[in-house]
Write a protein that binds this ligand. Structure first.
Ligand SMILES: Nc1ncnc2c1ncn2[C@@H]1O[C@H](COP(=O)(O)OP(=O)(O)O)[C@@H](O)[C@H]1O
Ligand SMILES: O=P(O)(O)OC[C@H]1O[C@](O)(COP(=O)(O)O)[C@@H](O)[C@@H]1O
Ligand SMILES: [Mg+2]
Length: 353
């Protein structure tokens, strides 16, 4: 068996743990040859691959990033104005691949499914993203590490906020889903948590800050990059040319700071955490989850269960068809138990009233 493997989309902690587990499982279980594809789908377009053996994947379990490199712009269906999907499919055949492991998020799974439809080799997907927004998957690896990083940041920002009696705003990543802000906000004891799923009422947030200033000096606000005020729009940091989803969110914390400042006596400060959340060593939880996902991907390959993504459902390893994941985005449901819990302990979610 000859298996290709790539990492696609934004990197996240735990990618190397998956690469290691897939490779070691396949070598041990069936003596398979594993070919690493560099920089995601870009490596298939530019014909850049290298063999992955036991030695190449040893000692990488706890390292951040991806030893294969990744890309969140390259699309074989629109590469520098051309559709090169047929050439990519031909290259997969030239490499003699029996299947391809794609470790990525919703975008990577969409691309994997599309390449399969035009004759590409069979695929097995592994869900990665700090955003935790992949359909059919209750936990992507990388998320736990991001939550831990944001939680630590919130705690650090809180002590300086207390010292100065300020309103402190911390902005998280997450695109159109609020999972990181919600879990880290709860873990970091944020007073206000603002998510893309609930448009926030500025006057309500200001009232909470004023009330807290009188009682507790400081207010800690955790806001997701995809959050927006009632009647407002998303805050776009930049558009990335050539990216299938060109919008990069960012900066809503500064918008909130500007609008809050005239409404409160305390000084307001904003911190945008950015890529700090995506880097560094995975938590033990993510190391274990990524290892299980990689091992399970090897099982699917050996059983010939292609066109599927490994996943976690009700705490158990499982798999779902790529078609059920492609083009989807898993957002926080408005009746999610963590939202109910946050409200009941007095966290403001920006809702009016
Ligand atoms: N809507 C889409 N249709 C087809 N391919 C896509 C789509 N979105 C992303 N891709 C491909 O998947 C890769 C990674 O996508 P991206 O959304 O950046 O990351 P992720 O896989 O983490 O969601 C992109 O480089 C592109 O090749
Ligand atoms: O690194 P870039 O291109 O600025 O992308 C930033 C985006 O990537 C993420 O970090 C991860 O998203 P993906 O997992 O979909 O790649 C988002 O939270 C963030 O909005
Ligand atoms: Mg994505």
């Amino acid at each position: 068996m000859r298996i290709g493997m790539l990492t696609g989309g934004g990197d996240c902690p735990g990618l190397n743990a998956v690469i290691r587990a897939v490779t070691k499982s396949l070598i041990r279980q069936c003596g398979a040859e594993v070919i690493g594809i560099e920089d995601g789908f870009l490596g298939l377009i530019e014909r850049r691959v290298r063999p992955l053996g036991w030695d190449e994947v040893s000692g990488i379990l706890a390292t951040g990033g991806t030893i294969l490199g990744t890309s969140n712009t390259a699309s074989p269906f629109a590469w520098r104005g051309r559709d090169v999907a047929a050439e990519v499919v031909a290259y997969q055949r030239e490499l003699g691949l029996d299947a391809l492991v794609t470790i990525g998020g919703d975008g990577t799974m969409t691309m994997a499914a599309r390449l399969g439809e035009v004759g590409g080799v069979p695929m097995v997907g592994v869900p990665k993203t700090i955003d935790n927004d992949i359909a059919g998957c209750e936990r992507s690896f990388g998320f736990d590490t991001a939550v831990a990083t944001v939680t630590e940041a919130l705690e650090r920002v809180e002590t300086t906020g207390q010292s100065h009696g300020r309103v402190m705003i911390v902005e998280t990543m997450g695109r159109y889903a609020g999972w990181i802000a919600l879990e880290a906000g709860l873990a970091g004891a944020a007073d206000v948590i603002l998510l893309p799923e609930i448009d926030f009422d500025l006057e309500r947030v200001a009232a909470v800050c004023r009330e807290r200033h009188a009682r507790r000096r400081a207010t800690l606000i955790c806001i997701a990059e995809g959050a927006r005020p009632v009647g407002g729009t998303l805050t776009v940091e930049r558009a990335v040319a050539g990216s299938p989803d060109p919008i990069r969110l960012g900066g809503v914390a500064h918008l909130l700071r500007e609008r809050l400042q005239p409404r409160v006596d305390a000084e307001v400060r904003a911190t945008v955490l950015g890529h700090v959340q995506r880097g560094g060593s995975p938590t033990p939880f993510d190391r274990v989850l990524a290892t299980q996902y990689g091992n399970e991907a090897a099982h699917l390959l050996r059983r010939g269960q292609f066109g599927r993504m490994v996943t976690l459902q009700d705490g158990r390893l499982a798999s779902v068809p790529l078609a059920a994941v492609a083009g989807q985005n898993r957002r926080v449901p408005l009746d999610h138990p963590l939202l109910v819990c946050a409200r009941e302990i007095g966290v403001c979610l920006g809702e009016a009233g």
